[in-house]
Design a protein around this ligand. Structure first.
Ligand code: UDP
Length: 495
């Protein structure tokens, strides 16, 4: 980054390639876009980061950091018409929605950002070089066409899942599947992949979303795709995706690695609900590689009984853990259960974080030896960077596909053995993962023995490769420079 920073300092505004980043307001989509903004700016580009007032206040830490570091990122706060579209006032992020039935309203309110975004672009001279839009913002395609600039899409998936999703959409794979136990094959996928319908991305149904989904699937209009991954991790699938779609893929990750200092890591996504220093002190007191980090991202809603069962499994394992619980007001019964003695019983080896955790700060601490994850792609790649093996516990969306990548392809994880899909906004009623399964998975991951040792070695190797990819001369480092160059040149020829 320092070479990029030096380059950036020597450019004046009109010479920089100017990217307009339009993230989807959901943590798993916005956070990697903030990393992208930072990386592009560090490599000499100018960035306009489109956001809304509530989201801007949540990422205040990141904004302050970007300003203090002198990064050429402008935060553009557009009015989010929540109330106008039937959402509660201030409901500007997917994780603030009380019911998934409001998702359609949310997506429509997002689309209404098109007008103020167009107005903003009109004020920019010269015209920005390129829009990088979340794939869910189908409406940015027309804006890019109007301004005659390229639009790249970002969907937050890895290459492996992007390919699976493309095949599902392109071949209409799910349309005629009636039997929920039928294993679906993916024609053209370079290695064997089989999933039931429910476990496929796109199986999630929300009232009225069909039309919007159709528009999103017209992604074909984008010039290329930006992926938060690196070639060395999944070259086969990225190349296959490029071949099948005929689109250029820019792998520029793992983007989370741009957070190298403690403040940047702690400021990621939201204000942490726990004092970072206290968290670090606790981790410092643990043996290297002994602690499992347990977290299921920002949206997953695990049933209270299931959380209790997970807790009992952690307790039975007798192994140290950090457990992030988003139960809060929604599940008072979990709070009661925790208070009834659980916390006291595990206090010498268990740290419980309620609410938002400084995830990368924890994951990359030397005390962490394993990661129990829901397999959201950001969490997965953050775990890969940490160089630790994973216990995979997918809930919905493309998480089941990511599980296959981790377990079958990278061979750096063990499945917890999820029996049912827990769709977003629909909590599971019964316990499907027992405390014994939790305990068994932890042993498999952390205990001695050749298999576990091999998995740890492989995870460590991927961690090293991940870091190399973003270092000067690495594949993603080079791709960022090429992306900036190419988009800058296109802007010059079209201008
Ligand atoms: N995250 C965090 N603290 C939390 C929960 C999540 O920092 O308490 C971050 C996590 O590091 C990741 C993102 O939020 O970058 C979640 O994205 P992911 O794709 O893993 O899952 P999603 O939330 O979209 O299901």
């Amino acid at each position: 980054a320092s070479a990029g920073q030096a380059l950036a300092n020597n450019l004046n505004a009109s010479e920089r390639t100017h990217f307009v980043l339009v993230p989807l307001m959901a943590q798993g989509h916005t956070i990697p876009m903030t990393d992208m903004a930072r990386l592009l700016a560090e490599h000499g580009a100018q960035v306009s980061f489109i956001t809304t007032p509530v989201n801007a206040s949540r990422m205040e830490g990141f904004i302050n950091h970007a300003v203090a570091a002198g990064l050429t990122i402008q935060f553009v706060k557009l009015h989010f018409p929540a109330v106008e579209f039937g959402l509660p006032d201030g409901c500007e992020n997917a994780d603030m929605m009380q019911s998934k039935d409001l998702f359609k309203n949310f997506m429509e309110a997002c689309a209404a950002l098109g007008e103020p975004l167009t107005a903003y672009l009109c004020q920019q001279h010269p015209t920005p070089s390129c829009i990088i839009s979340d794939v869910a913002h189908w409406w940015t395609a027309d804006i890019a066409t109007e301004f005659g600039i390229p639009r790249l899409t970002f969907n937050g998936f890895c290459g492996f899942a992007s390919l699976a999703r493309y095949i599902i959409v392109h071949d209409n794979l799910l349309e005629h599947v009636e039997d929920e136990n039928e294993l679906i094959n993916f024609p053209g996928f370079p290695t064997p992949l089989q999933l039931t319908k429910e476990r496929c991305p796109g199986s999630f149904s929300v009232n009225g979303l069909e039309q919007i989904r159709k528009k999103i699937n017209e992604e074909i209009k984008s010039t290329g795709v930006v992926i938060n991954s690196f070639r060395e991790l999944e070259a086969l699938y990225i190349e296959s995706f490029e071949q099948i779609t005929g689109k250029k893929v820019w792998t520029v990750g793992p983007m989370c690695l741009c957070n190298q200092d403690i403040n940047a890591m702690a400021a990621r996504g939201n204000k942490a609900s726990m004092d970072e220093a206290q968290c670090l002190r606790w981790l410092d007191s643990m043996k290297p590689g002994s602690v499992t980090f347990v977290s299921f991202g920002s949206l997953v809603c695990t049933a209270p009984q299931q959380l209790v069962e997970l807790g009992l499994g952690l307790e039975a394992s007798k192994k140290p853990f950090v457990w992030v619980i988003k139960a809060g007001d929604k599940f008072p019964q979990v709070e009661e259960w925790l208070a009834e003695g659980f916390e006291e019983r595990v206090k010498d080896r268990g740290l419980i974080i309620r609410g938002w955790a400084p995830q990368v700060l924890i994951l990359w601490h030397k005390a962490i030896g394993g990661f129990m994850t829901h397999c959201g792609w950001n969490s997965t790649i953050e775990g890969i960077c940490a160089g630790v093996p994973m216990i995979t516990w997918p809930h919905f969306a493309e998480q089941f596909v990511n599980e296959r990548l981790v377990v079958d392809v990278l061979k750096t994880g063990v499945e917890i053995g999820v029996k049912a899909v827990t769709q977003w906004g629909q909590e599971q009623k019964e316990v499907t993962v027992t405390r014994d399964a939790v305990e068994a998975a932890l042993s498999k991951l952390l205990d001695e023995g050749e298999a576990a040792e091999e998995m740890r070695m492989r995870a460590k190797e991927f961690g090293v490769k991940a870091r190399k990819a973003l270092q000067e001369g690495g594949s993603s480092y080079n791709n960022i420079n090429l992306l900036i160059q190419e988009m800058g040149n296109q802007a010059k020829t079209s201008g």
